[in-house]
Each structure stands twice: as C-alpha cells, then as structure tokens.
Design a protein around this ligand. Structure first.
Ligand code: MF3
Ligand code: CO
Ligand code: CO
Length: 248
C-alpha cells in the first residue's frame, strides 16, 4: 500500500529532508585525503543529534553506523571504519535522518582528487540519471516512467544499472512501498498521486552491474571490481511535478 501524506505530514517530511540534505552537504565537504570513514560517520552522527534528530540507519536491521560510506568498487552500504580516503577515490555517502517521526534519505558521490575523466563522467551520468527520474515525476505518470527515465540516461552513456537494489517509498518508515527500480518500462506500475513520497537512487556501475554482498553482511561491491556511483534524493509528488525534499 502506497501511503499518501497529508499536507501536515509533508511539512514534517520537508524538515527531515532539509536536515538530511544539510548533513550530507557538510559530510561531503569534509571528505579529503587522510580522513577515515569512521570520522565521517562521527561527523554525521554529531550533526544529526545536535539538530535534535535521530540517525535513521543506526540500528536499522542491525546496521552499526549513521552513514554508509562506499568507496570505488563498493556500491552501497559500506560500513565506516579505519579506512582512509585516498586521492583518486570516489566516495559514496548515504545518510538518513528521522526528525519528529519522519525520515529523509539522501546520497551523493564525491570525487577526491580524481583526474580520470571517465570516472568523473560516471558521477555526472549517475547524478543526471537521478535527476531525469525526478523530472519524470508528476501526478498521473506511472512509476515505470520514472524508472525508465533513470535507466535511459545510464544506458545511453554505456554504463550499467544495478538491479539488485532499488529506491523506495519513505515516511514514518525508512523503507515503505513502493519499490522504485532504476530500470523499467514506461506506462507500467502504480500511478503517481500527490502526497506520495519516495527515494530515487540509481546505483550505476562502470562495466557490469553484477554485485555481491561482502562477508560483513552489508557492503555491496561490483563483482568485476569496477567503480560505482550512487546519488539519491527524497521527493514528494506534488500538483505540478516533484518537490525535492532533500535539496539544499
Ligand atoms: N539509505 C539506504 C537507502 O537508500 C538504506 C541504508 S540501510 C542501512 O535506502 F542499514 F544502512 F541503514
Ligand atoms: Co534510500
Ligand atoms: Co539512502
């Protein structure tokens, strides 16, 4: 069942989304050679709790941190630890906050002293794929239109869409209906209605989209070890399109 949020619920979603966007921006700005992924997580935790909010991820199905930090061939759900960020890395950051009972969820990928233009292109395409999905959102459109718009940008660039993980509805739970795949057919799936809130979050791999989960039970990596990028916004369907709740 896809829940439609009321205007007062949307007001709370705006607050949590704005906070998630702020936290992500500040954590992304802290990414530099030598910083450990644990330090980035500590910063995220401090920013979230100082704002009077809760870390959506901490304890979610046993996840041990507030932030996911996924470097290079890591796609998503990288667990913060002792690893240092190095020049040439691409670092995906994903953060969720819960404020007054409502979740906001957003991700970006940061290039750290990257000179390889192909790698920068991967980031650009993944961001544009997400934004194309957002641009396809309007009442009366179908979810498949959104999925297809995301996929099209990725395939046109010659990269691969990860299929094993998808976007999702969001609200009082971090993950709600519907699932939002990053591939699909136009004209299929649920009809979008004002008040729906969901996350659009393409995960794009340089070569093959085949992925596995590491033995830590969380970290998702590409099987061919090629790099992968991830961009995510939480959006609301409104009268004339999408409102990006996690924009800064
Ligand atoms: N933020 C991820 C998503 O975009 C989910 C993280 S799962 C957690 O849906 F366990 F790490 F919290
Ligand atoms: Co998400
Ligand atoms: Co996320």
């Amino acid at each position: 069942m896809i829940e439609l949020k009321t205007e007062s619920q949307l007001e709370l979603m705006r607050a949590s989304g704005r906070l998630a966007g702020d936290v992500l921006t500040q954590v992304a700005a802290a990414v530099a050679p030598g910083i450990t992924t644990r330090e980035l997580d500590a910063l995220a935790q401090r920013l979230i709790t100082d704002a009077g909010a809760e870390c959506s991820f901490l304890g979610y199905r046993g996840y041990p941190a507030a932030l996911c930090v996924s470097i290079n061939e890591e796609v998503i759900h990288g667990i913060p630890g002792d690893r240092q960020v190095l020049p040439g890395d691409i670092v995906s950051l994903d953060v969720g906050v819960c404020y007054k009972g409502y979740h906001g969820d957003t991700a970006t990928t940061v290039a750290v002293a990257v000179s390889d233009p192909e790698l920068l292109h991967l980031l650009d395409v993944t961001r544009r794929a997400r934004d194309a999905g957002i641009a396809a959102v309007r009442p009366g459109a179908r979810l498949g239109d959104v999925s297809h718009a995301v996929e099209r940008v990725v395939l046109k660039a010659g990269f691969a869409v990860v299929r094993d993980f998808v976007g999702h509805g969001i609200g009082q739970a971090l993950h709600e209906d519907p699932q939002v795949p990053n591939y699909g057919k136009p004209g299929r799936g649920p009809v979008l209605k004002p008040g729906m809130t969901f996350c659009i979050e393409p995960m794009v791999a340089f070569k093959s989209a085949a992925v596995s989960v590491l033995r830590d039970g969380w970290t998702v990596v590409t099987n061919d070890s090629s790099p992968s990028a991830h961009f995510e916004h939480t959006i609301a369907v409104c009268a004339d399109g999408a409102e990006i709740l996690t924009a800064v």
